[in-house]
Design a protein around this ligand. Structure first.
Ligand code: FAD
Length: 516
C-alpha cells in the first residue's frame, strides 16, 4: 500500500512494543475491545508470537540473529558485545549486552560522569526481548505512595508479566544460597531475603519460557481484531492542535515514506530516553521533560560457593538452567541497595571459567540515585541520531551522596559475598554509569503539576489531553530495584484511565463514511 492509502485513523495509537506499550494494548483489549488500536515499533519483528524473549529461541544462530536485529540503525557499525567476565572486569567504560546498542555520541559531556553505558534495544518487544526477567516489588521509599491502588497495580502487573517466585527456587543450590543469606541478614533488616520473583514459567515439557511482551500482550491482544501491530515504523511526530493530540506521523523504515495517522489518544512508550525525544521533536516540552534522569549506580562481585554438595549436572549448549536460582536481598531505607544474587553462567554477565554449573554466583548491588533536576537528557536542535531523530545530549553526574552510597554498597557486597563463599576476582567492580539498563525519571509522574513532573497520576501529560507517556521514565521515586514491574503497574493505571474515558469506538460503517 502506498503512504496515502495508509492515511488512516485509530482510537488509540501506541508508540513502542516493550512491556509498557504491551501493557496498554493488553488492558485496552480486555476492557475496550471496541477501540481500534494501532501500535508502532521502529524495530523488526523477531519472533512468532510477536515480542517473545530471544532466550526462548533454542537455536544459537537464531538467537544471535535476533539479537543483531535489535541493535539499532547500523548494527554492522556498532560494537562487539561484551560476553566474558573478563570484559566486565576490565575498566572498559562501555559495556554492551547482546540485543542492545550504545549511544554513539553525547553520552559524556565535559568533566561529567555521563552515561557511557547508556543502551537501547530497537525491536518488537524492546528490551523486554533481552532482559533478565527479575521482577521484585519496590519497597519503603521506592514505592509510589501517592497512588492509592499501588499494591493492586503491582499484583496486576505480576499477572500480566507472568511473575512467579517458585519456578527456580527449588534446586538444592538455590536453597543453600538463600539459607546462607537469610541466616546472615534477616534478623537485622526490615525486609527478608527471598527467591527473586521472575517473569518466567516452566512449560509442560519442563523447559522454561521467559516472559517478553508476548506474555504481556496475551491471547487477549493477539485475538483482538481491532489491534494491529506495525513493525519497522518509526513515529517521528506526535501531532497536536492547540495542545490537543490529533495523531502521529510515522515513517515506514522499509520504504522511507511517511504517513499520518489520526488519533485523539496517543501513548508514547518508547523507553526512558526516546519518549522524551519524541515529545521534544514534536515541540511538546514541559519543563520537567528529560530531567530527573536517573540510572542505578551498580556494583558487582562474584564468589565461588563454599562447601557445595557435588552436582551431577554438566554444562549444556543453549539456554542454561538456573541451578542456584536467583536470590533477592530487598532494598530497605536503612540499607538502600537492591541486591540480586544469581548464577553467573545464566546472568547477563557470563562466566568463562572451568567451574561446575551454578557454583559461581554473581552479586549485583543496585543503588538509588540521588535524584537531581540537572541530570537530564536534552536534544540538539540540528544534529540527529541514526534514525534522524534529534540527537541526545546527556548531562549526568554523581553527587557526594552517590559516592558515599557506592562506597557503602561495596562494603556490603563483600560482607554478603563472605556469607556465601570466596571472592573469584578481587574487589567488587563498579559498573560504568548506564550499565544498570534501568533509566528513570525523564517523564516522571507527579501528584500535582508543580513543574517537577511531566504527567499526572494516570500518566497523561500535564496540559496535553489525550497524550500519555509510559515506561521507566514515568517512575518518580529513586527506585533501586529492577523497574519493569513498577513500569507495567503504572502503565496499567494509565490504560484503565483511557478505557474509562474514551468514547465508544467508531463502527466499521462509521469509519468508512468518515473516510469516504
Ligand atoms: P523498551 O522495552 O525499551 O521498549 C521501547 C520500544 O520503543 C522499543 O521496542 C523501541 O524500538 C521502541 N521505540 C523507541 N522509539 C520509537 C519511535 N520513535 N517510534 C516507534 N518505536 C519506538 N528490567 C527488570 O525489571 N528486570 C530485569 O531483570 C532486567 N534485566 C535486563 C537485562 C538486560 C540485558 C536488558 C537489556 C534489560 C533489562 N531490564 C530489566 C530492563 C527492561 O528490559 C526494561 O525495563 C523494559 O524493557 C522497559 O520496557 P519499556 O516498554 O518501557 O521499554
Amino acid at each position: 500500500a502506498s503512504a496515502t492509502d495508509r492515511a488512516f485513523a485509530a482510537d488509540v495509537v501506541i508508540v513502542g512494543t516493550g512491556p509498557a506499550g504491551a501493557a496498554y494494548a493488553r488492558i485496552l483489549s480486555e476492557e475496550r475491545p471496541d477501540l481500534r488500536i494501532l501500535q508502532f515499533d521502529a524495530g523488526s519483528l523477531l519472533t512468532d508470537p510477536p515480542g517473545a524473549h530471544v532466550k526462548n529461541l533454542v537455536d544459537d544462530a537464531d538467537r544471535a540473529a535476533a539479537q543483531r536485529l535489535s541493535e539499532g540503525p547500523n548494527p554492522s557499525h556498532t560494537h562487539e558485545s561484551t560476553d566474558t567476565l573478563d570484559g566486565y572486569a576490565s575498566d572498559a567504560a562501555r559495556v554492551v549486552r547482546p540485543g542492545t546498542y550504545l549511544l554513539t555520541e553525547g553520552y559524556q559531556l565535559g568533566e561529567q560522569v555521563g552515561l557511557p553505558a547508556l543502551a537501547f534495544s530497537t525491536n518488537v518487544g524492546g528490551m523486554g526481548a533481552h532482559w533478565t526477567c527479575a521482577c521484585p516489588r519496590p519497597g519503603e521509599s521506592e514505592r509510589v505512595d501517592f497512588l492509592p491502588d499501588f499494591d493492586e497495580l503491582l499484583t496486576t502487573a505480576e499477572r500480566l508479566l507472568g511473575v512467579s517466585s517458585e519456578v527456580m527456587a527449588d534446586s538444592a543450590m538455590a536453597h543453600l544460597v538463600r539459607k546462607r543469606l537469610s541466616d546472615g541478614l534477616d534478623s537485622r533488616r526490615s525486609r527478608s531475603v527471598a527467591a527473586m520473583p521472575l517473569a518466567v514459567r516452566r512449560r509442560d515439557d519442563g523447559s522454561l519460557w521467559w516472559s517478553g511482551s508476548d506474555v504481556v500482550f496475551g491471547d487477549e491482544t493477539r485475538g483482538n481484531p481491532n489491534h494491529r501491530l506495525v513493525p519497522r515504523a518509526l513515529v517521528t511526530t506526535v501531532r497536536t492542535s492547540d495542545r490537543r493530540v490529533i495523531g502521529v506521523t510515522v515513517r515506514d523504515l522499509e520504504t522511507g515514506e511517511s504517513y499520518d495517522v489520526g488519533s485523539a489518544t496517543v501513548v508514547v512508550a518508547a523507553d526512558a530516553l526516546r519518549t522524551p525525544q519524541l515529545l521534544w521533536a514534536s515541540s511538546i516540552r514541559p519543563p520537567a521533560l528529560g530531567r530527573y534522569l536517573n540510572d542505578q549506580p551498580q556494583v558487582v562481585h562474584a564468589v565461588k560457593l563454599r562447601d557445595v554438595p557435588a552436582q551431577k549436572t554438566t554444562r549444556q549448549a543453549g539456554p542454561v538452567d538456573l541451578l542456584s536460582g536467583v536470590s533477592w536481598v530487598p532494598f530497605t531505607d536503612a540499607a538502600p541497595f537492591h541486591g540480586q544474587v544469581m548464577q553467573l553462567d545464566a546472568s547477563p554477565v557470563p562466566y568463562d571459567g572451568e567451574i561446575m554449573p551454578g557454583e559461581v554466583v554473581g552479586l549485583g548491588w543496585f543503588c538509588p540515585k540521588d535524584i537531581r533536576e540537572e541530570d537530564r537528557v536534552d536534544f540538539d536542535s540540528e544534529a540527529v541520531d541514526g534514525y534522524g531523530m534529534p540527537a541526545m545530549r546527556i548531562h549526568y553526574d554523581l553527587t557526594d551522596t552517590d559516592r558515599r552510597t557506592l562506597a557503602r554498597a561495596k562494603e556490603e557486597i563483600v560482607a554478603v559475598g563472605d556469607l556465601l563463599g570466596d571472592a573469584v576476582f578481587g574487589d567488587p567492580i563498579e559498573f560504568p554509569a548506564g550499565a544498570s539498563l534501568h533509566y528513570q525519571g525523564t517523564t516522571r509522574m507527579g501528584a500535582t503539576d508543580d513543574g517537577r513532573s511531566v504527567c499526572d497520576e494516570n500518566s497523561q501529560v500535564w496540559g496535553y489531553p489525550g497524550l500519555y507517556v509510559a515506561g521507566n521514565g514515568v517512575i518518580p521515586t529513586a527506585i533501586a530495584c529492577n523497574p519493569t514491574l513498577t513500569n507495567v503497574a503504572l502503565a496499567i493505571r494509565g490504560a484503565r484511565a483511557i478505557a474509562k474515558n474514551q468514547k465508544p469506538g467508531l463502527t466499521v460503517d462509521q469509519r468508512i463514511k468518515n473516510h469516504a
